[in-house]
Write a protein that binds this ligand. Structure first.
Ligand code: ADP
Ligand code: MG
Length: 408
C-alpha cells in the first residue's frame, strides 16, 4: 500500500485523513492496517513516533462505520496517553458523528464518565485502573465489543498493570479482534499476548528498540552537585523546546524550581500532581507557553508533541529501555531532535548498561561526546572523526552563569 486511498476506506474516515493531510501510510501503518481490516489479531512493534495510533485508529473507525452496533476499547498505561490517543481519534472521527467516544481515566470525577456511558459510547479509551472501577460498578459492559487495543503494552507491564489486565479479561467477549502495540517486545509481552490474542500476526518495523535515525545523541560529563549549573548552560546553548527527565517527583520539582530562578518558563509533570495540573502542564508545553517541561518517566511516556527539539536526561533512566522511550519524545515523525545525557562519575556503570543495550540494537556509535555547554548540533551530520565513544575524560568547567535578570 502506497497511499491511503488504495484502501477503499469508508468515506468519513477517508475524508478525515485528507483533512489531516495524511496521504501516505507510515511503514507500520502500511503493514498493520490491511491486516487489521482483514480481522487479524496483531502484535505490532515499532519505535516511537512511527504512527502507531493511526495504525489502530484507522481500521477501528472503518470497522465501526461498517457496523453501527459495534464498539471498541483502547487500553493505555497513562492518563496523558489516553488524552493524546483521544485527540487523534477525535480527528479521525471528525466526519463520523455517529462514533462517539469516552475517556475513562483516574484523577477525574467518575460521575460525568458514568453519565456519558449511560448515553452510549462506541469508542472507549481507558487506563486499566479506572476501567476496572467502571466494570465493578457495572457502569459499562462490553457485550458489543468488537476490537480491543493494548497500546504501549510494554509500558503497561512495566508499570505493573498485569494484574488489572487479568481482571479486565473476563469482562470481554471471547470473539473479538485484539491488536497489541508496543515499542519493544520483552519476554513478558509474549505471555500477555498468549492470554489476550488469538493466532496473532506479527508486524515489526525496523530493528526492535532502535531510536529514530534523526536523533543526535550526546553526553555531558558533570557531577551530582554540578548538574543544575550544567543544565542552565545546556538550556542557553540549545534552541527550541526542551523535555527534561528527572528520576523522582521530588527531583522534578527541585529542577523546575531551580530553572524558574533563572527566568525559564517551566512546566512540571509527575504522578503526584493533580489531573488538572497535569493537563495544564501538558497544554502549556504543547502550545509553547512553557519552553521547558520537567517530567518523570511515567508521566512522559508516549507523549507526542511534534515540536520537542531537545530531550535532556538530567538523571539517567534506571532501565536501559527507558532511554529509548525518553529520546523518542524528540524527532517525532521524522523531525530533527537532540538528546543529551548528563553523566556523573556515579552514573558510569548505568551509562555502560545503557550503551551495551544500545550496542545490541546497533546504535552505540551514534552517541557523541559533546563538550559542556556546546550544542550537540555542532556534531550533527559530521563524519566519523567527531564520533567519539564515551571516554570518561574530565572536562574544564564553564564559568558560572547568573540567574537571568540579576545584575553582574
Ligand atoms: P507512536 O504511537 O508510534 O509513538 P504516534 O501515533 O504518536 O506515534 O504518531 C507520531 C506522529 O506522526 C504524530 O504527530 C502523527 O500525527 C504523525 N503521523 C502518524 N501517521 C502519519 C501519516 N500517515 N502521515 C503523516 N503524519 C503521520
Ligand atoms: Mg503511541
Amino acid at each position: 500500500m502506497q497511499y491511503f486511498n488504495e484502501l477503499q476506506l469508508q468515506q468519513p474516515i477517508a475524508q478525515a485523513l485528507q483533512s489531516m493531510r495524511f496521504e501516505k501510510p507510515t511503514p507500520i501503518q502500511a503493514q498493520a492496517i490491511p491486516l487489521a481490516i482483514d480481522r487479524k489479531d496483531i502484535i505490532a512493534c515499532a519505535q516511537t513516533g512511527t504512527g502507531k495510533t493511526a495504525a489502530f485508529g484507522i481500521p477501528i473507525i472503518d470497522r465501526l462505520l461498517k457496523h453501527p452496533q459495534k464498539t471498541a476499547l483502547i487500553l493505555v498505561p497513562t492518563r496523558e496517553l489516553a488524552a493524546q490517543v483521544t485527540e487523534v481519534l477525535k480527528d479521525l472521527t471528525r466526519f463520523a458523528p455517529s462514533i462517539n467516544g469516552a475517556i475513562l481515566i483516574g484523577g477525574m470525577s467518575i460521575r460525568p464518565q458514568i453519565e456519558k456511558l449511560r448515553r452510549g459510547v462506541r469508542l472507549v479509551v481507558a487506563t486499566p485502573g479506572r476501567l476496572l472501577d467502571h466494570l465493578d460498578r457495572r457502569t459499562l459492559d462490553f457485550k458489543s465489543l468488537d476490537i480491543l487495543v493494548l497500546d504501549e503494552a510494554d509500558r503497561m507491564l512495566d508499570m505493573g498493570f498485569a494484574p488489572q489486565l487479568n481482571k479486565i479479561l473476563p469482562y470481554l467477549p471471547k470473539t473479538r479482534q485484539t491488536l497489541l502495540f508496543s515499542a519493544t517486545l520483552p519476554a513478558n509481552i509474549e505471555q500477555l499476548s498468549a492470554r489476550y490474542l488469538t493466532h496473532p500476526v506479527r508486524v515489526t518495523v525496523g530493528p526492535v528498540s532502535r531510536p529514530v535515525e534523526k536523533i543526535q545523541q550526546s553526553i555531558v560529563e558533570t557531577t551530582a552537585a554540578g548538574k543544575n549549573e550544567t543544565l542552565v548552560d545546556e538550556l542557553h546553548a540549545r534552541k527550541g523546546s526542551v523535555l527534561i527527565f528527572a528520576r523522582t517527583k521530588a527531583r522534578t520539582d527541585r529542577v523546575a524550581r531551580h530553572l524558574k530562578k533563572y527566568g525559564h518558563s517551566v512546566a512540571r509533570l509527575h504522578g503526584d500532581r493533580t489531573q488538572g495540573q497535569r493537563t495544564s502542564a501538558m497544554a502549556g508545553f504543547r502550545d509553547g507557553r512553557f519552553r521547558i517541561l520537567v517530567a518523570t518517566d511515567i508521566a512522559a511516556r508516549g507523549i507526542d508533541i511534534p515540536h520537542i527539539a531537545n530531550v535532556i536526561n538530567y538523571d539517567l533512566p534506571l532501565v536501559p529501555e527507558d532511554y529509548l522511550h525518553r529520546i523518542g519524545r524528540t524527532a517525532r515523525a521524522g523531525a530533527e531532535g537532540h538528546a543529551v545525557s548528563f553523566i556523573t562519575p556515579e552514573d558510569k556503570a548505568q551509562w555502560r548498561a545503557i550503551s551495551n543495550f544500545l550496542g545490541k540494537t546497533g546504535k552505540s556509535s551514534a552517541v557523541f561526546v559533546s563538550p559542556r555547554g556546546e550544542p550537540a548540533s555542532k556534531f550533527a551530520g559530521n563524519t566519523s572523526a567527531s564520533r567519539k565513544k564515551f571516554s570518561g575524560k574530565p572536562r574544564r568547567s564553564n564559568p558560572r552563569r547568573r540567574p537571568a535578570g540579576r545584575p553582574a
